[in-house]
Design a protein around this ligand. Sequence first.
Ligand code: NAP
Length: 276
Amino acid sequence: MHQDLNNRANFQCQFMFVLPQQNRSKEMKRFEGKVAIVTASTQGIGFSIAERLGLEGASVIVSSRKQNNVNEALKKLKARGIEVLGVVCHVSNAEQRKNLIDKTIEKYGKIDVIVSNAAVSVAAASILETKESVLDKLWEINVKASILLLKDAAPHLQKGSSVVFISSIAAYQPQVPITMYGVTKTALLGLTKALAAEMAPDTRVNCVAPGVVPTHFAKFITKHDAARKAIEGKTLLNRLGTTEDMAAVTAFLASDDAAYITGEILIVAGGINSRL
Ligand code: NAP
């Protein structure tokens, strides 16, 4: 009997070891019965987060500004066997934010996880010379919309629910030409601390600060070989991040594995120097 248990444990150990990453996340069903909203989730980091939560059993609500992108994402996630609802939502549009929550509640009746991932970045050589309308847009999409979405969602958040903000390594050292973008990402770190205190103990609030990931968003840097290599060189792991790296950490923070973590920021940047 003892030998039999030993053999089984050995077999499971080897099995876990050889199982590819995505199948492993499929085996780990930390979000069974949970409902997760991910904003800006039709491509890039948001899509990978939706996919990861879905593969781990969550019913996922994907959204972004364009209906055709929502449709595409729905198709891909359904093909992976994920229970998913798609809703168009430009995060700075109050009606669309409310509709996102209403449609979620209509279909699933509750919210367990919100990942606030939408952001805009505007290049400018100088903060002092940035137009007021641009400052407003950066603040509105990157910070204010996250607060207002939570305001709409709050009555439906379950005991034990979890919020994850997606900030950036740029939060720690805002850099030209996207300095104000970096500053809005610094604001998310403060928002994480403030909302974690306000929403405890029923809801945990944490934050992921990604390093550079070669998505559409970061193309303006990563398409240049020299710039890409320079960033890789600044990491200790000699590579850029992947959307799956970000999804794995977001899923951890959103899951009960992080049940005793709130108000924290996890930097996922391959060891790039990141402290203030
Ligand atoms: P991405 O690949 O370009 O994807 C952006 C997604 O956001 C798309 O699905 C887009 O779809 C949607 N979107 C854009 N504006 C939106 C809005 N106003 N409302 C709702 N949806 C919107 O970008 P990403 O690199 O994954 O970036 C995601 C997050 O990671 C951002 O918060 C960004 O600041 C952060 N981040 C990225 C990096 C990086 O290197 N990539 C590094 C640090 C932090 P539609 O066009 O259909 O709206």
